[in-house]
Design a protein around this ligand. Sequence first.
Ligand code: NAD
Length: 255
Amino acid sequence: MGLMTGKRGIIFGVANDKSIAWGVAQQLRAAGAELAFTYLNAAMEKRVRPLAESVDARLILPCDVQNEDEMVAVFDAAKETWGEIDFVVHAVAFANREDLKKPFSQTSCDGFRLALDVSAYSLISMTRCALPVLKKGSSIVTMTYLGAVRSVPAYNVMGVAKAALEASVRYLAAELGEQGIRVNAVSAGPIKTLAASGIANFKEKLRVAEERAPLKRLVSQDEVGKSSLYLLSDLASGVTGEIHYVDGGFNTAAG
Ligand code: NAD
């Protein structure tokens, strides 16, 4: 019996095999969970479908988190397939490259709205859409970064979006605790992914993190997956509203 045997859930945010969400999915599957996946658009589907099939996904569906109808359709399909679900993984973020490149004070209003909508509000709308199918004892995990609580060079509007995301984790956890639903975030050290390629000087961020992190190395997609597995499992049945650092975050002078 695996830690997640008999548990079922949906993973939002796989783009390719480098995605943090894919690291989480592999850990969940190895622990016995049944999985469903979403992809952003047709271009992403080509990469996501074979990965999802390789872990016997029960559902593989489109979902742009800015489109609530698509989100509702995902949870409706989960209800039809499984009745109820045990977990949701939110590993979705986006900001315009131009807004990340400019000095922070030059962030456009549209760019601000877009980053906050996709990267923070989507956790709220996703939770709302998930509520009708979430079991008592279920768990939601999202992905954040140190830039939410410190000014990390070039992280800019995404840092503000992550601050909103972390606050949303605490408010959702407070609201849903009575229903036995837990909400947590994993704050991962820098990992080379598609989303990370939009951040200026990302290579330098990796070098600095490696030099200053307590473990004196970068963290892997699998390590983020293992921490997420813990938070999604019954091992963390008493843990909610937490920002869980995978790389010693607060001890690191990120740069
Ligand atoms: P990634 O590019 O593999 O994943 C980002 C995902 O967001 C992609 O699957 C993309 O399709 C999806 N996405 C973007 N806009 C969307 C929309 N409108 N609707 C639905 N999906 C949308 O990169 P990643 O680094 O694995 O990012 C996953 C999460 O981890 C993000 O929240 C990111 O901020 C966070 N994170 C990343 C790092 C890092 O260094 N890579 C560190 C800490 C936290």
